[in-house]
Design a binder for this molecule. Sequence first.
Ligand SMILES: [Cu+2]
Length: 708
Amino acid sequence: MASFRRVLIGLASLCVAILCGMCSAQELERPPVLPPARAADCICKPDDTICKCEFRVEHRLTMVLHEERQLVKVDGGVLKTAIGGRTLTPEEQERVILADGEESRLVIAINGIFPGPRIDVYENQELEIKVVNTFHTDSVTIHFHGLHQQGSPWMDGVASVTQCPILPGQSFVYKFKGYPPGTSFYHAHIGDQRSMGLYGPLIVRKRDIEPISEIIVTLQDWNHKMDAETAYFRMITEQYDFSNPNDIKVIPTTSSVDGGLFSRFEFQSGLVNGKGRYWRNATVYTTSPLERFKVRTGILYRFRVIGAMTLYPMRIYIEGQALSLRSSDCYNLQNTAVNSIIVHPGERYDFIVQFQESAQSRKEYLLIAETIETAESHPGKYHAAEAVIEILNHPGKPSLVPPNNKLETCTNETDCKVFNCPYGNTGSPLRSCLNYNDVNNTDPYRDPKKVLGQNVDEELFFNFAFPGFPGNTPGSVNGRAFVSPPSPLLTQSNNLRTQCDEAKCGKGQICECTYIVNIPGDSVIQMVFTNIGNGSGWSHPVHLHGHSFFVMKMGLGTYNQTTGRLINETTDIYCTDDNNFCTEIGWRNMSWSGGNVPGLHSRPPIKDTIVVPTGGYVVVRFVSSNPGMWFLHCHIDLHNTNGMGMVINAIPDKHPSPPIGFPRCGDFLYNGENLSYDTDVVGNGDNLSISKGLMAGIIMLWFFTCNI
Ligand SMILES: [Cu+2]
């Protein structure tokens, strides 16, 4: 049986290797099947001058028929009313927000759907997204992840950096151009709202490229009960297993094969496009309906995978299929046949699959995205997001509750290739790792020539970690835990009062401040992201707003070749402080400074989110040409909210002016002057102006009285 499977996998790999260019004429004639557009989606036409949409952001409950106010339950894969047990009609089923079918918990929906609507826009088309905040209490902002916002930095959606939070009852129109083309997404950029579902796909299409059939996969990690704030405070304290009220336990910290730590957000289910099922233990799962993708054999499908997870990296694969990697974060990569891809929060991957009739001859396969926690670190659990791939032209009936065969055939002879490992090896001869050092940029739209030299204009080191003494180890960058200012830095920088005090920061100290670093224009900037020192131990996907960068080098520690465990951090970087907090760092070999790093990529891939491995570093470069205040942060929301972010102030003297009437906000610090407590006065609520008005009236009265 194993050898038969090996042959099948070999055939599948061969098919992927010859994808494109060798499809039969009949296959190419078949019109591409794009994901169906729902009424709530924002689908632009190629010749629209401006593409306008309205997003009503609202709270909703899962497992409820919202209009009818009826609770819903799941029974053997079928949705029924909880009271009365009536089977829902297909139209009613469409309207229920499922998540994993457990509990009925609060989520954030846009235009009634979860995750939010898809935005489909064409390259450089102007988008106008009116966001209406219908929450009762919470504010909101939306960031369009991966888009450069060239010339519109105040539309980047980062609360307190580029705009005021949008308050309940308020609306805010985001207006910007769709660039760069590729697979992106939008999501909340205030607190941890993304964990409650405030995100959705954002596809920027090129006009001159004929689409092929495609499938959009958004990935999320899910917890039945935790709203955004609970998730944050549980991370700070502990994760508890409440499943047995008589025996509440602390959930032990889980880890990946290198020892990188996870589990500070309790994973209960994985969701694909907002649907999943809860594995109560390693073998028993609930029957909530999964997302279904309907495909035909012999057709090329572009999968657009979006990492919207709160915390967990997920390794995605399709049972029995090879994947042909095509792009990440909107930019093309050399076509590479792999078996699975590790998607970190904030990353996007496009790959192509052609399903073969011969492969297993099954009606259904599962698409599986497992967390990268080792099985030993969470015994008796299965942590995965799943979706069903149904082969339309294969005979047989689809199953309501498809089994999970976890079919991934890897052998010593034909090991499975895992792309984007945040560590050196998988600890298994069955799987080998590829990372960004191993793939080339094949994108014709951005020429790396400018950044390839040995000289750079600016070299900046940023350590993403949790350094500090016990009891005070906030998320930080270079030991500076980010403090949100009271007003947007970009438009009201004068209100900033929490600048970093260099006497209290750095040199082995941990401080809390609004960390800002300026970069000049028209310059080659080299940034070295590290994850080292006594605050390391967790891997961090680092995202830079307003830019895509070239990944010049990924540097790792040393690993046990048998177990995959991290033995030592990289020795290429040197921490100068006595506490090993790595608040100031540099190259151990000084001759590497100024851009002279050995082993740089000659065809560097382009990204906007890159994982910084535990104990390692990543060298990135870009040409600075986009004035604005750009957030640079860990894309694990909980780490970011805990302080692991900072601001790159690009070309400060060239910031464009915001649109007329752009909202302003800030503290009200009562200064004690002229406040009237006169209860007889009925005015417009502005006590200071009432007092001044009263005074003016008295003076006028005196003037006329004295001049009669
Ligand atoms: Cu992080």
